[in-house]
Design a protein around this ligand. Structure first.
Ligand code: SF4
Length: 764
């Protein structure tokens, strides 16, 4: 649907059917084939998919779910196939397209339509005062960027964003360039997803990453899947859950929405599954209220402590005494928990929580997996601390088959952080970086995503460089963010395809087209491979084989090194050309700066790569200041939702990966041919005096400011009472920039208080 001049109009092709009760199966095969064959044709599809996630092949540009040690010839899911098709498409955005369409025209196209134009083939420049992008040489493009950066009164007036697709080598060079330039302004997509996980885990167990391997998941006795929809967002996780169940695990799904991928699964690549009913997954499905998870885990803690007080021996005293601080304070706190508060926060019956507790009591091999449903609330960090409290009390960290499992979204988002893409780097990292490259890195903390938007809005950041991603659509408070982007002197986007950010520009803009994962990367006559780190800290190689979409494309590494050389001139002692021509040399430097990467070049060439050290997982050592894991005491606050309002969460559709929209189908939820829907419990639809199918505006008020998302169709849906769900980026306009998680500054996209008003009503 094109954006009409007066704003969005209702989608006429939208239809709704009953939500599905099973994920995968023949529809997944058909959908994969439709996307891949439609974008790539038969030969290219076979050639590409046969190398996807294989040893010696390329890493899926989709999510960060790990590959098993033993791989099948078809080691990808429907969404991986879509991600590859999106990148390896044979469509191209020609010069003629840019000549035909002004930037104002591009701004009228939906994200889906922009993406479908195909790959960008040469650097494009929007000159000051121009209305259209025009092709330019790389030389000219580099001069434009260097000229702007050199002219800034201070390095802190530029910000350098990173999306989680960026390889380890490109990310390492990028942060080196930025710090050599003189700033730590390195916002990244992690600021908007698992920042809360990192903050809570560093504080409590000393490492901000998950502590389980795939093998742990397969061996677990109990798996919680909390605030996560793996059927759509990490589909191969369903294979791991299926295996865990076959090995005897029980699964508890905790989610406000009933999601097909948590109910049943038919493995799309197993012919016997296609005809049968598939494997059942969740043994217990807790349809919790949005933002109720902290109360749930505190209640489980209370039941555990009470059972232990009664002599059940469920607290792992040996582990707690040997490795943890703060258990008694924690126990005292949860003993005083008020059940009525728990019930109103969670919307669950006490008996449901007791059923979950019975499973907790039945095994000490407990894994808790989570995603954005836990990380994007004001109380996200305390909520994840409560997850850790429960696991510590059961001794379920550093035990085979047990641990914390924050499931990462973008394919190398974890690796980018490991490589130093972080606005608040620790002193040890900066010391090592400075010693290795002979400069004094800046020490002051830089801007994260939210602070970058504020700084752009306030005129403190004048240049934005974005390594991949789609800043305008990935971020909250669309109107504020887009106004901030339009105020810039220069925006630079390293991209493979068009997206909304290219159409929301200030005085001058550049699109620098780069190679994708699927493509051959040859430097100085030699093929190069990059590396990535998955959600379980495995580091491995990725090497594309397709001919590049255009001979004018450069790799992300080459672009970063060229930008650094041109910008820094004789202010740098780094031989950027050498690094750009041989990625082994970058890996040698990484090995000397980043702990855990010793013998990087040798170890990453082993089949499957290597796993990074994780002291709590490996040795039950906790690198916190005290050297012990920390129980924490967290005050439970129930989000107040006034009468007539709902608590809204933003979600993805099944035809979507982050801000990339592959199509207009959300097959499992029964939404077809459109995206402007708001999913509401049928009883709430009636209680609010609305009707299913009615077109409404969604209105939020925060800090005295009214925000409105227009023309959404009301869909009656099995979600928790008092809650609703909408797709992002369409609903990002409702997420206030100034509503962020405590301790992580992540926008609270999963708990926005809204009301639904008939579409014709005046704002207010
Ligand atoms: S589970 Fe994630 S990494 Fe694996 S194929 Fe699917 S999208 Fe790609």
């Amino acid at each position: 649907m094109t954006r009409a001049p007066g704003g969005p109009v209702p989608e006429t092709d939208l239809s709704v059917s009953a939500p599905k009760g099973v994920a995968g199966g023949i529809p997944a095969v058909v959908s994969s084939a439709r996307h891949t064959l439609g974008e790539m044709g038969v030969v290219r599809t076979l050639r590409t998919l046969s190398r996807l996630n294989q040893v010696g092949g390329f890493d899926c540009p989709g999510c960060a779910w790990p590959e098993p040690g033993e791989r099948s010839p078809v080691e990808f899911c429907e969404n991986g196939a879509k991600a590859v098709a999106e990148e390896a498409t044979t469509r191209r955005v020609s010069r003629a397209f840019f000549a035909r369409h002004s930037v104002a025209d591009l701004a009228t196209l939906e994200e889906f339509e922009l993406g479908k134009q195909g790959r960008i083939t040469e650097p494009m420049w929007l000159a000051p005062g121009a209305s259209r992008y025009e092709p330019v040489s790389w030389d000219h493009a580099l001069d434009v960027v260097a000229g702007h950066l050199q002219a800034l009164p201070s390095p802190g007036m530029a910000a350098f964003y990173t999306s989680g697709r960026t390889s380890n080598e490109a990310a390492f060079c990028y942060q080196l360039f930025v710090r050599n330039f003189g700033t730590n302004n390195l916002p990244d997509c992690s600021n908007m997803c698992h920042e809360s996980s990192g903050a809570a885990l560093v504080e409590t167990i000393g490492v901000g990453k998950g502590s389980v391997t795939l093998d742990d998941l397969h061996r677990a006795g109990l798996v919680f899947v909390v605030g996560q929809n793996p059927g759509t967002n990490h589909p191969r996780m369903l294979t791991a859950l299926e295996k865990a169940k076959a090995n005897g695990a029980r699964i508890v799904a905790v989610n406000p929405l009933r999601e097909a991928g948590l109910l049943r699964f038919k493995h799309p690549q197993r012919p016997t599954d296609l005809l049968g009913r598939g494997a059942s997954l969740a043994d217990l499905y807790l349809q919790i209220r949005v933002n109720g998870d902290m109360a749930l885990f505190q209640a489980l803690g209370r039941l555990l402590v009470e059972a232990d007080d009664a002599g059940a021996g469920l607290v792992d005293r040996d582990f707690v005494d040997l490795h943890c601080d703060g258990f008694e304070e924690y126990a005292r706190h949860v003993r005083g928990l008020d059940w009525s508060v728990v019930e109103s926060a969670t919307g669950l019956e006490r008996t449901e929580i007791e059923a979950a507790f019975d499973l907790v009591a039945s095994t000490d091999r407990i894994v808790v997996c989570w995603a954005m449903g836990l990380t994007q609330h004001k109380s996200s960090v305390p909520t994840i601390r409560e997850v850790v409290n429960l696991l510590l009390a059961r001794g379920s960290i550093g035990r085979p088959g047990a641990g914390v499992c924050p499931v990462r979204g973008h394919s190398n988002v974890q690796g980018d952080r490991t490589m130093g893409i972080y606005e608040k780097p620790d002193a040890a990292f900066l010391d090592a970086l400075g010693a290795e490259f002979g400069f004094d890195p800046p020490r002051a903390a830089g801007y994260d995503v939210v602070d970058t938007i504020r700084a752009m809005r306030d005129g403190k950041v004048r240049v934005l460089v974005a390594m991949g991603g789609n800043f305008a659509s990935a971020t909250p408070d669309t109107s504020v963010t887009e106004a901030a982007l339009r105020s810039l002197d220069l925006a630079v986007h390293v991209s493979t395809k068009l997206n909304r950010s290219h159409a929301v520009v200030g005085r001058e803009a550049l699109i620098l087209p780069c190679l994708g994962r699927t493509e051959r990367d040859v430097r100085a006559g030699r093929p190069q491979a990059v590396t990535v780190e998955d959600s379980m800290s495995m580091v491995h190689l990725s090497e594309g084989t397709l001919p590049p979409a255009s001979p004018a494309l450069l790799s992300e590494v080459a672009i970063v090194c060229a930008l650094a050389r041109r910008t820094l001139g004789d202010r740098t002692a780094v031989d950027w050309e050498q690094l750009a021509d041989d990625y082994d040399l970058i890996r040698e430097r990484i090995a000397r700066v980043v702990p855990g990467f010793e013998d990087f070049n040798m170890r990453v060439r082993r089949p499957g790569g290597f796993v990074l050290p994780h002291p709590p997982r490996d040795r039950r050592e906790f690198p916190t200041p005290s050297g012990r894991a920390q129980f924490t005491v967290n005050t439970l606050e129930v989000l107040a939702v006034p009468d007539g309002h709902l608590l809204m969460q933003t979600v993805r559709s099944h035809d979507q990966y982050n801000t990339t929209i592959y199509g207009l189908e959300d097959r499992y939820r029964g939404i077809h041919g459109g995206r402007r829907v708001v999913l509401v419990h049928p009883d709430d639809v009636a209680a609010l005096g609305l009707a299913e199918g009615q077109i409404v505006d969604i209105v939020g008020i925060h800090g005295g400011v009214t925000r409105r998302a227009a023309a959404f169709r009301v869909v009656g849906y099995p979600t928790a009472r008092g809650c609703c769900a909408t797709y992002f980026p369409e609903a990002n306009v409702l997420v206030p920039l100034d509503s962020t998680a405590e301790f992580s500054n992540t926008p609270t996209s999963k708990s926005v208080v809204v009301r639904l008003v008939p579409a014709s009503a005046a704002p207010g």
